[in-house]
Design a protein around this ligand. Structure first.
Ligand SMILES: Cc1ncc(COP(=O)(O)O)c(C=O)c1O
Length: 386
C-alpha cells in the first residue's frame, strides 16, 4: 500500500452498516435514501439505454446536459453560465471536488475546510499533496469565528472548500458569512470550491445562497453539485462543476485523466431531471420538511438535544441526555443505540481531524432520507427510550 493512502483507514459507514445488519437495526446512518427517484427521470434513463445512448459521452459532458445545468443555475440563482465553456459533467460531486482540488492546487499549497468536515475532502487533499487548514463550526447554529477564519488564510492558501447545506450539521451558510468568505478570498487570491449537493433540501425559511453569485466571486468560484440527493438517485453518480472557463478548464485537465466521461444514459436522464417544473422542487422540500419535523419531535421527546438543521437530510444531536451512564463517547453511543434500541446513526467524531475528535464526542447524526415506514419503525423504537 502506498504511503499516500496508508493512513486513510476504513470509513465509519462500513463499520456502522455491518453492525446495523448484524442487529437488524433500522438504519438512519448512511445518507442513502430507501425510496426511489421521480418516475419520469428513471424512465428517461431507461429510454436512453434503449435508444443506443450507450457509448462514451464527450469528456466535458453531453451538450444537452450542460445546457440543462446552465439553465438550472439561471432558473434558481440567476447565475448566467455558458454551457460550452463553463460547465463540466463529473462522476458525482465526489469526483468534481477531487478534480477541482487536483486541477487548481499544487503540492505544498494549503486549503481551508470547515470542521466538522465531509469525509472525502481531506483525503482528496492528502492525495493532491495539499495541507488542510481547519476552521471550527461551533454552537447552536454552527457558526465560525471570523478571526479564526481570517487567520487560516496565508500566502500558501490556494482554496477554501465550503459545503452548504452542510453535512453533517445541517448548517446553511448565510449571505453575511459568505460576504466575509468572499472578501477573504479576494484579498488573498483564493479560489472557493463549493459543494452544494443538498441545495434543494432546505427547512423552514432557510435560503440557499450560491457563493459564486456574490460580487467579486464570479472569477474565483467553482460550484459543484449533483443529481443524487435532489433526485434521489445517489447510485447514479452524475455531478457537475460550474465556474469561469479558465477554472473549469483546469478542473477538466484532471477530470479527463480520472474518469474521462460520465455514464451516457444517466447524463441523458439528468437533462430531464434538471428541467422538472418548480412544483417538483417545492414538493421535495415539503416532503423533507415533514420527515425532518417528525424525527426532531421523536428525538427531542426522549431527551436528545437536537440541533435543528436548516438544510441537508441530516439531524445532529447531543446524545448525553439519553444514553446509559456506561456510554462514554459517540462511537460507544452508536453501538449502544444499535444493540439496545435497534436504530443506527453515525457518530460525529470521524468528521473531525484526529486532534479535534473530542469536539465530536457527544454528537451523533441521524439521516431522515427514508420512507415513512422506515421512519415510523425508527420512531417506535426510539420512543421506548422516553
Ligand atoms: C456533502 C456531500 N458532498 C458530496 C456527496 C456525494 O455526492 P455524489 O454522490 O454526487 O458524489 C455527499 C454524499 O453524501 C455529501 O454529503
Amino acid at each position: 500500500m502506498s504511503q499516500r493512502v496508508a493512513g486513510f483507514g476504513t470509513t465509519v459507514f462500513v463499520e456502522i452498516n455491518n453492525l446495523a445488519r448484524q442487529h437488524n437495526a433500522v438504519n438512519l446512518g448512511q445518507g442513502a435514501p430507501d425510496f426511489d427517484g421521480p418516475p419520469e427521470v428513471l424512465a428517461a434513463a431507461v429510454e436512453a439505454v434503449n435508444s443506443a445512448l450507450n457509448q462514451y459521452a464527450p469528456g466535458i459532458g453531453m451538450p444537452a446536459v450542460r445546457e440543462a445545468i446552465a439553465k438550472h443555475a439561471e432558473r434558481f440563482y440567476g447565475q448566467k453560465v455558458n454551457p460550452d465553456t463553463e460547465v463540466l459533467v463529473t462522476s458525482g460531486a465526489t469526483e468534481g471536488v477531487f478534480a477541482a482540488i487536483l486541477g487548481l492546487t499544487d503540492p505544498g499549497d494549503e486549503a481551508i475546510v470547515f470542521e466538522p468536515v465531509y469525509d472525502t475532502y481531506v483525503p482528496n487533499m492528502v492525495m493532491a499533496g495539499v495541507t488542510p487548514r481547519y476552521v471550527a463550526l461551533r454552537g447552536k447554529n454552527w457558526t465560525f469565528d471570523p478571526d479564526e477564519l481570517a487567520k487560516a488564510f496565508n500566502p500558501r492558501t490556494r482554496a477554501i472548500i465550503v459545503n452548504t447545506p452542510h453535512n453533517p450539521t445541517g448548517k446553511v451558510f448565510s449571505r453575511d458569512e459568505f460576504r466575509l468568505i468572499a472578501a477573504l478570498c479576494q484579498k488573498h487570491g483564493v479560489i472557493a470550491i463549493t459543494d452544494e449537493v443538498y441545495e434543494h433540501i432546505l427547512y423552514d425559511d432557510a435560503v440557499h445562497t450560491r457563493l459564486a453569485t456574490l460580487p467579486g466571486m464570479e472569477d474565483r468560484a467553482i460550484t459543484i453539485s449533483s443529481l443524487g440527493k435532489t433526485f434521489t438517485v445517489t447510485g447514479w453518480k452524475v455531478g457537475w462543476a460550474i465556474g469561469p472557463a479558465a477554472l473549469v478548464n483546469a478542473v477538466n485537465q484532471a477530470h479527463q485523466f480520472i474518469t474521462y466521461a460520465v455514464a451516457s444514459p444517466l447524463q441523458a436522464a439528468a437533462a430531464t431531471a434538471l428541467r422538472l417544473p418548480f412544483s417538483f422542487f417545492e414538493n421535495l422540500q415539503v416532503s423533507y420538511q415533514a420527515r425532518c419535523d417528525r424525527m426532531i419531535d421523536v428525538l427531542t421527546n426522549v431527551g436528545f438535544r437536537v440541533f435543528k438543521p436548516a438544510g441537508s437530510y441530516f439531524i445532529m444531536v447531543d446524545w448525553r441526555g439519553v444514553a446509559s451512564k456506561q456510554v462514554q463517547d459517540d462511537m460507544q453511543f452508536a453501538e449502544w443505540l444499535i444493540r439496545e434500541v435497534g436504530v443506527a446513526c453515525i457518530p460525529a467524531s470521524p468528521f473531525y481531524q484526529d486532534c479535534d475528535r473530542q469536539l465530536g464526542k457527544y454528537f451523533a447524526r441521524f439521516a431522515v432520507c427514508k420512507k415513512d415506514q422506515t421512519l415510523a419503525a425508527a420512531a417506535e423504537r426510539i420512543s421506548r427510550l422516553g
